[in-house]
Design a protein around this ligand. Structure first.
Ligand code: SF4
Length: 392
């Protein structure tokens, strides 16, 4: 069951509640490069992103978000909200909040001094003084966000906890969670619900444990803020994809997560299909046809890899023009021994029956026996077409 959360408004996008899990990415070019950012945002949006984040180091970059927004509107991409990513300077967050739909701040460096990586001792009084300073500054930011209808993300990173938090909690999931809860308590007291929260770490175990702990702590204090999930510095290629799938996927399967970002050291638009595949593998959202195929063994009755390629190509071509194909699950099994039982989750199936012969299935029911292999892919697609038409 999905963890209950309240809905957060980010321009025209809604995150949390019963809304679909939103997918996002982040630009990699300088935020002063207006054309470069517009082009990159468009590539990210065309790949399927619901939100695009841009790094916003200073007030100049924050101001330039206005030009980037205008460029996107002029190109017909104005509906996708933008998020400014702010660190170290709360004044930048104030400016960005007047321009874009969402601002991410990092509790570890919002007003706490830059971390010195020394063991600092805080007296209770010093600790409370810093908390009070944080409270005062953050309330000013919330007023600006309230006035402009801007959403915020309280985004904690394991790698940037403040010295103050480290002095009390150490480098622990409890410290990561408390860093977030301090800000959330202020949002609660100020009745500011337009908040998404995240806890990220490059260590997937720390990330998953910290997010689970955050959910428990929020529940204890009666909070239901939606969650943004991600594994930071996941890397690139297969390693980055696997780390992201393990971290994000574990939580999605628990019903946790309202928006996700897969961080890859690649072009940002490459992150979107991976995010969609993770959502699908966690059975959160069907974004594309799914193929349930066996690994093959000594019993396999046809060229499994070639057949998978041909069925995939035919079904994916259909899915481009016929939305009903987008949510289909197709089983492709090398033989009858375990085939039909193991692909019980599939809508349609292609199962080796004898050498050169294939049986076609709808769910667990065989609808055509011993079809000559040369005709079988075509016959399967023709059957699916006819069946979908008869159901619509
Ligand atoms: S379905 Fe048949 S061919 Fe495929 S792995 Fe199982 S036993 Fe082997």
């Amino acid at each position: 069951m999905r963890r209950p959360t309240h809905e957060v408004k980010i321009g025209k996008l809604r995150i949390g509640g019963q809304n679909k899990v939103a997918v996002q990415s982040m630009t990699t070019c300088s935020t002063m490069d207006t054309e470069g950012c517009v082009e990159q945002c468009i590539r990210i949006i065309d790949a399927g992103a619901d939100l695009v984040r841009l790094t916003t180091q200073g007030t100049r970059e924050a101001e330039n978000l206005r030009n980037i927004k205008a460029g996107l509107i002029a190109r017909g991409y104005g509906d996708t909200p933008l998020c400014a990513d702010v660190h170290f300077n709360p004044n930048v967050a104030d400016v960005a909040a007047t321009i874009v739909e969402k601002v991410r701040i990092n509790p570890g460096n919002y007003v706490d001094p830059a971390r010195q990586f020394k063991h600092l001792e805080y007296t209770d009084e010093e600790y409370q003084q810093e908390l009070k300073r944080l409270d005062d500054r953050f309330c000013g930011f919330l007023s600006i966000c309230r006035e402009h209808g801007t959403a915020i993300r309280i985004g904690v990173n394991h790698g940037s906890l403040s010295d103050r938090i480290m002095s009390r909690y150490g480098d622990t999931p409890a410290g990561i969670v408390e860093s977030c809860m301090e800000f959330l308590r202020i949002c609660e007291r100020e009745h500011f619900p337009n908040v998404v929260v995240s806890i990220k770490a490059s260590n997937t175990v720390v990330m998953v444990q910290s997010v689970r702990l955050l959910c428990k702590e929020m529940e204890k204090e009666g909070m239901d803020y939606p969650l943004h999930l991600g594994v930071t510095e996941a890397g690139e290629g297969e390693d980055g994809r696997l780390k992201s799938a393990v971290g994000i996927g574990s939580l999605l399967i628990d019903g946790i997560g309202d928006t996700i970002r897969v961080s890859l050291s690649e072009e940002p638009e490459c992150e979107i299909p991976v995010a969609q595949s993770i959502l699908q593998a966690a059975r959160v959202q069907m974004c594309k046809p799914e193929f349930i195929s066996c690994p093959g063994c000594g019993r396999t009755l046809y060229d499994l890899q070639d057949t998978i390629r041909r069925i995939k190509a035919a079904v994916e071509a259909k899915a481009k023009v016929d939305v009903r194909y987008k949510t289909l699950k197709i089983g492709i099994m090398g033989c009858i021994v375990n085939g039909p039982g193991e692909m019980a989750d599939a809508d349609y199936g292609y199962v080796g029956a004898a050498r050169g012969k294939v049986s076609l299935y709808k769910n667990k029911e065989c609808i055509e026996k011993n079809v000559p292999e040369a005709e079988a892919v075509e016959r399967l697609i023709a059957f699916i077409d006819k069946d979908l038409d008869s159901n619509s």
